[in-house]
Design a binder for this molecule. Sequence first.
Ligand SMILES: Cc1ncc(C[n+]2csc(CCOP(=O)(O)OP(=O)(O)O)c2C)c(N)n1
Ligand SMILES: [Mg+2]
Length: 549
Amino acid sequence: MSRSGGRILVDQLELNGVDLAFCLPGESFLPLLDALYDSPIRLISCRHEPGASNAAEAHGKLTGRPGICIVTRGPGATQAAVGVHTAMQDSTPMLLLVGHVPRGVQGRDAWQELDYGRVFGGLAKAAWQVDSAARIPEHVARAFSLALSGRPGPVVLALPEDVLAETTDVADAAPVRVARAAPRQGDLERLRELLAAARQPLVVVGEGGWTQQTGEDVLAFCEANALPVACAFRCQDFVDNRSPSYAGVLGVAMDERLAARLRDADLVLAVGGRLGEVPTRRYTLLDPPKPRPTLVHVHPDPRELGFVYEPDLPIVSSLPEFAEALRGLAPVEPRWREWTAAARADYEANLLHEPMEGPVDLGEIMAFLRRRLPEDAIQTCGAGNFTVWAHRFAEFTQYGTQVCPRSGSMGYGVAAAVAAKLVHPDRIALCFTGDGDFVMSSPEFATAVQYELPIVVLLVNNGMYATIRMHQERLFPGRVIGTDLVNPDFPALANAYGGYGERVERTEDFEGAFERALASGKPALLELAVDPERISPRIRLSELQKGAG
Ligand SMILES: Cc1ncc(C[n+]2csc(CCOP(=O)(O)OP(=O)(O)O)c2C)c(N)n1
Ligand SMILES: [Mg+2]
């Protein structure tokens, strides 16, 4: 049967299990849009390509399957780059499909033409152009396979509009199956020996194909061996934070006591993750290339092992397979019970906040949310100092409930909440944002209204790009430039979009406002009017200006 390139492409997406795609329409991919008209794939049309690509990235995080983003050539593709960058940094499977200029005019610097292999070559896991409709099944299968295998990541496919329009008779490819590496028996025996020789071990969990079951298996192993386990930046939902083994997060503004534990550990078992710049505090808590502690590093992609840190024991394994294998490993007699108990006590102490200046206390609000949010509520964010409260004072119990950019990209949170509400309509999708961050992602608040997705946005308004102001005051005291913000009336903006908006001016008003936001049944925004003096949970602006901090 003869089909258009667009139809062939949509059929390949369907047979690979795609049921949701994010786009910003362009005339360069009309046959693809038209094929979606007849498809069960739900198409969400966004307001700005960064929103579409961030939502697709978040969808990849939420499902472990490639999130799909479809954009137009040139300006559409370049605007979508931010989600591709996050997917690469965060190891998230994703497909960016770009409508491209027709083959007949390529190479003339035609209107909106780009060489996608070159533009995205350094950004994505792979990027190339599809040159014939007949080979779309092969190319899409390769794209899925690459996105999902080894270290998951984003793949970019450029689709010339005449390739999408061309009709041909070609068979579908088979659904993509990805092989999963498993540890060798000798690896686990060696791990046990190294553990038996340790006195101050630390397990660090990170990205690269995590699942709920992986978290349960790793945590059971940690508990059976009384091991402390820390999460890498924005991987706080990888293990149940209530466990006596859980020791906190190696993130931005990490607890000094946890930082010291990583520095002082004599054995580090990294399950997933790359021991990147944030968890190692700019590679100072562990020295590259050969860190002082014995390092056991487990990763599905052999290229990540030894990339920065030379492991004593590198283990190439998918994370679920490794975690499953841990089940069969007999526990060792722990010599570190006190070390683990102290790590846990430090974590619990760090959950307690100091009272904050001004009538709105974010620590109190986070304490309320810890009690109030159901275990399956999904939290999203972008970047800013407000995230320090959101991360430090939150407790996660289930995988897939912290959908945040490890890339540190602003403007991610609203789009991620939209994706979360689409995947889990019955759950709360809560976006933490700042006055700077929200304006960057607010177009997707309109998407939430259009598709009737009652997300809840908590906007911390301190009238500035506080993160940058904080660094500015440290390095260039008193010379404030480029970091002040004059803001719109945020609740009015939420109302204008067709959502619910409220301004919270006192801590005690938050609870009622939160319930009203949920009860509104609409996308809701609560503006938290905080005192800019408290620039982060531990730092006051005036202290910075005096040279402290
Ligand atoms: C896309 C992007 N642009 C710029 C930055 C640099 N940056 C990091 S945090 C931040 C300020 C965020 O301001 P706001 O949302 O108001 O949060 P606050 O720090 O005030 O709590 C900026 C500009 C970034 N991380 N990402
Ligand atoms: Mg701000």
